[in-house]
Design a protein around this ligand. Structure first.
Ligand code: ATP
Ligand code: MG
Length: 390
């Protein structure tokens, strides 16, 4: 039996983004995602992507992996046969055996994009439905509220039989909305913000600020692991690790304590923007969340964003922590995020941070620093880490 996977495409939202380029991007992403798993034939016809295993490729693993590819609205395992009513009925009886034995009621739904097929959709549904009823006597036909829907699709190359499709990852294919830099700490929030922007079709460059020895090698390994986990959704990424120790020491030694965090965050933004410019990235993504900490008031975020021109995307801005955690669990980053390693945001934290800073005060507080030289030094010291799924 010819077991294949059918992927249905999700929304195509932007006017400029035409179906063809969307399909091509998604097909390429699917191929790339499957390459480490085995040999597959992947092609797109009539807005469905077909995945056929070759040389005994592992279809179960492929199916699980494809649930995490953005741009796919639903996916299903299916079996193919020639476009003949008896071949289709025979295939349905064999291929859906377990589903038919488990369910109490069923109906058959046919879609026929090959209009040359000699039966109408309704006729074929009835024909196959009768054959299934004869083969499985304990299950009833229920066209209104069936437990099992048997799908038949008569398409260009073949006919396909499958049971219920499952939900795909939704969103848009990664890469079709351009590139952005994402600030990735070791916390719960920023892996989720990264995931959410990738879901809108953005290729991401994770940037991590690392303050060795104030933050440990384990803290860095943890962020690398988070980035690696995210590649299941985001595809292959190159993470930039920024040496941040000197900047933090300069702030600690020379600036008023109540502004430490704000000044540090302004450095993060400047450095992130430089990385973005080198890679033609068009925005900076953060896991900020209104009111969560002192640096996430509207005034504090305004002072942080004042140093750059690129838009800052904050997909978590209005969410509750519980909602963020639910997503973190779903995408598999939560357990790594809660490992107890410190982040550079928690070294030299002021006892009484300014929560409603005036921009002019922050600017005065940091004016003692040689900002350009410090940013240059950090950018020169960047370390690149390639992230890919196994
Ligand atoms: P998270 O749970 O993602 O750590 P948070 O609620 O702890 O977020 P902050 O520590 O104030 O919030 O950081 C806000 C955002 O700034 C983070 O979501 C992340 O995008 C970015 N950020 C913080 N620390 C770092 C870091 N060391 N490297 C890169 N980005 C960082
Ligand atoms: Mg943090």
């Amino acid at each position: 039996m010819n077991d294949i996977i059918l992927l249905k495409l999700g929304e195509i939202v932007l006017k400029g983004l035409n179906r063809r380029s969307f399909e091509q991007k998604l097909t390429a992403n699917v191929r790339r995602r499957l390459a480490p798993i085995g040999k597959f034939r992947v092609y797109c016809l009539q807005s469905i992507i077909y995945v056929e295993g070759e040389d005994g490729a592992d279809m179960d693993t492929a199916f699980e992996a494809l649930k995490k590819v953005f741009g796919v609205i639903s996916l299903t395992r299916a079996a193919a046969c020639e476009k003949d009513k008896d071949a289709i009925a025979k295939l349905a009886i064999e291929y859906l055996r377990e589903d038919m034995l488990r369910a109490k009621s069923f109906k058959v739904e046919t879609r026929r994009s090959d209009k040359a097929f000699p039966m109408t959709s309704i006729e074929l549904s009835q024909y196959v439905g009768n054959a299934l009823s004869d083969a499985y006597e304990d299950i009833e036909v229920d066209v209104h509220d069936p437990e099992l829907v048997v799908h038949i699709e008569v398409r260009d190359l073949a006919a396909y039989v499958h049971a219920m499709p499952v939900h795909g990852a939704g969103g848009l294919p990664v890469g079709c909305s351009g590139t952005a830099v994402t600030l990735l700490s070791g916390g719960i929030d920023s892996p989720v913000s990264t995931y959410m922007i990738a879901k809108r079709g953005v290729h991401l460059i994770p940037v991590h600020f690392f303050s060795f020895p104030y933050t440990s090698q384990q803290a860095k390994d943890k962020v690398i692991e988070l980035g690696r986990l995210l590649t299941e959704y985001c595809g292959k990424m190159t993470m930039e690790v920024v040496p941040f120790t000197h900047i933090q020491e300069e702030i600690r030694d020379k600036c008023p304590e109540e502004y430490f965090t704000l000044i540090m965050r302004r450095f993060m933004m400047r450095i992130a923007e430089q990385i973005a410019q080198r890679s033609n990235a068009k925005a900076i993504v953060t896991g900020e969340n209104l009111g969560q900490v002192a640096s996430q008031t509207m005034e504090a975020m305004a002072s942080t964003q004042a140093v750059i021109d690129l838009p800052v995307l904050q997909p978590l801005i209005g969410m509750d922590k519980e909602e963020i955690i639910t997503i973190a669990r779903k995408i598999g980053t939560f357990d790594t995020s809660i490992l107890p390693y410190e982040d550079c945001c928690t070294v030299f934290t002021p006892k009484h941070p300014r929560t409603r800073p005036k921009l002019s005060e922050v600017e005065r507080a940091e004016s003692v620093l040689d900002i350009d030289a410090l940013v240059d030094e950090a950018v020169k010291g960047l370390e690149e880490v390639e992230l890919r799924h196994e």
